[in-house]
Design a protein around this ligand. Structure first.
Ligand SMILES: [Zn+2]
Length: 277
């Protein structure tokens, strides 16, 4: 006979109470999943998709640490946390798989110069920006950002069809940058073999910034668009050209200058190991 005051055997997640002869199971310990808001067991996952880390590890000549993370420390496996339930992790995983198979790996193998994409690409970009913002808001209170977090979550949950924010996918080609000094090596390492992400303010723009191998992803918040970057704007479906980096107008917002600032900081902080390249 079960003592009603005791917890279920083999589970610390439930308790049992008796009220008017009815056994009531109370869900006590599960936190809410950040995406579906249901109290569920959460799985450990990467903020930025695991396949990027796996690819860097697999193609690297060195075992040294190389990932820039949220708190700006370099860690071996990237930034992981318990954020999503299994179902939501799988749901976002489908967008990651789409990006990996249709865009990232063909880019790595130089198999395409342009590609057609569908709504899964936008969902993938939004899922990354949403995760970063969600974690950011857990650490700091900035109420005006709650709108974006909720809006992106509703979009990922298919509660709204049309997204109000813009998301840019920019190809990262260090060879297009003329650099005479040592920063060029850092630039190549940074653009092709690093992962970096944050909420940034630069040149009067506030935006979610994500650097993964071969691509820079920007999700502007204030203002809500970046003039001159239309060719890299990802919509529900479309055609994306790899050489569009060349037609970016950097007068209002210079993404290259911003990235070079990052490289300069790396240069000042870390000695470059040529094995990383
Ligand atoms: Zn969930």
């Amino acid at each position: 006979m079960v003592n009603n005051k005791e917890k279920f055997q083999g589970s610390s997640k439930f308790s049992v109470k008796k009220k008017k002869g009815t056994r009531i199971h109370i869900l006590q310990d599960f936190p809410n999943c950040a995406l579906c808001d249901q109290p569920k067991e959460l799985v450990e996952s990467h903020i930025i998709s695991k396949f990027f880390y796996n690819w860097i590890k697999k193609t690297s000549k060195s075992d040294k640490k190389r990932f820039r993370t949220f708190d700006d420390k370099i860690q071996q496996d990237g930034y992981k946390l318990h954020l999503l339930c299994t179902e939501c992790e799988q749901k976002l995983g489908r967008f990651e798989t789409y990006f990996a198979n249709h865009i990232f790996h063909p880019t790595d193998k130089e198999e395409h110069t342009e590609f057609k994409y569908d709504s899964r690409l936008l969902k993938f970009l939004v899922s990354l920006s949403w995760k970063i913002l969600n974690v950011y808001l857990k650490q700091r209170e900035q109420s005006y950002l709650n709108f974006y977090e909720r809006h992106w979550k509703d979009f990922l949950n298919n509660k709204i069809k049309k997204i109000k924010t813009l998301h840019y996918l920019i190809p990262s080609y260090p060879q297009n940058v003329e650099l005479k000094d040592i920063h060029h090596n850092y630039l190549e390492l940074y653009l092709h073999r690093s992962i970096d992400f944050n909420l940034e303010v630069y040149s009067n723009f506030e935006f979610i910034y994500i650097q993964v191998p071969y691509y820079t992803i920007l999700s502007p918040l204030r203002p809500s668009f970046i003039a001159g970057y239309k060719s890299c704007k990802i919509t529900d479906k479309g055609n994306w050209e790899l050489n569009s980096f060349l037609v970016i107008d950097t007068i209002k917002f210079n993404v290259l200058e911003f990235i070079m600032e990052k490289c300069k900081a790396l240069y000042e902080e870390y000695e470059l190991d040529s094995n990383l390249l």
